[in-house]
Design a binder for this molecule. Sequence first.
Ligand SMILES: NC(=O)c1ccc[n+]([C@@H]2O[C@H](COP(=O)([O-])OP(=O)(O)OC[C@H]3O[C@@H](n4cnc5c(N)ncnc54)[C@H](OP(=O)(O)O)[C@@H]3O)[C@@H](O)[C@H]2O)c1
Length: 252
Amino acid sequence: MPNSNAYNLHNKTALITGASRRIGREIARSLHAAGMNISLHYRSSKAEAESLANEFNMERPDSCIPLELDLHDTAALPELIDKSYQHWGQLDCLVNNASTFYPTHIGKMSEHHWDDLMGSNLKAPLFLSQAAIPHLQATNGSIINIIDIHAVNPMKNHTIYCAAKAGLAMMTKSLAKELGPDIRVNGVAPGAIMWPENEIDSITQDEIVSRTALKRSGMPEDIAATVLFLIRDAHYITGQIIPVDGGRSINI
Ligand SMILES: NC(=O)c1ccc[n+]([C@@H]2O[C@H](COP(=O)([O-])OP(=O)(O)OC[C@H]3O[C@@H](n4cnc5c(N)ncnc54)[C@H](OP(=O)(O)O)[C@@H]3O)[C@@H](O)[C@H]2O)c1
């Protein structure tokens, strides 16, 4: 097994879902800066994805390809893995980051909400992981799922989202059991890192921040650094979910 000093990410590859913006973009930046080649998945943020891929390819030629897919297209998920593999000839890490997040109120929940939230947060990560397994076995690679501290402690009015993330947390542990010793499977559970793009008022923001031990929200770099740690340094860690939440999950 490589130790942390010897394990060089140069020319290793990562496929990151939802990587054109926000936290996914920072994960892509961090892994690219560490030497990895990046398959940068996006759905609707084409301009941002292409701009980021150009930036990476200017820094290091042929080090990033953008790949478009709506992750609700379950039948096409293996093709996404295949396209990445065909380009790089190997896959070392799958980062399941893409997600939808919004409230679902009792009495107003629909099957569309269920399919959308479960599809992006749980179903797609499972079927992407399944398709990636042969390639990850070949490289002793890893899967990293971006979960949420609310997979454990529910957020009011977000029943379907929290249930989906709880499923993703269990999937992380279950796959770790099945895929060892060849593949490590871990999760990162962000707390308040970037506020959702739909309105969240400043009183609510202050209230959330006040329940952290560190009395501030985190930054996308905090998530990216943890993902990098899990890929590069954590060779004896599998089936674990690391909260990156300023201490919020210790119930302040
Ligand atoms: N932000 C936080 O503070 C926070 C807190 C807790 C957990 N998290 C978790 O951290 C991860 C990143 O958070 P974020 O706030 O950066 O995420 P985000 O902006 O809400 O979403 C990331 C990307 O997911 C993609 N996506 C959504 N549905 C998709 C679909 N059906 N098919 C393909 N792509 C789809 C979108 O890509 P396009 O733009 O290309 O459509 C979007 O840009 C998520 O897993 C989230 O649950 C974040």
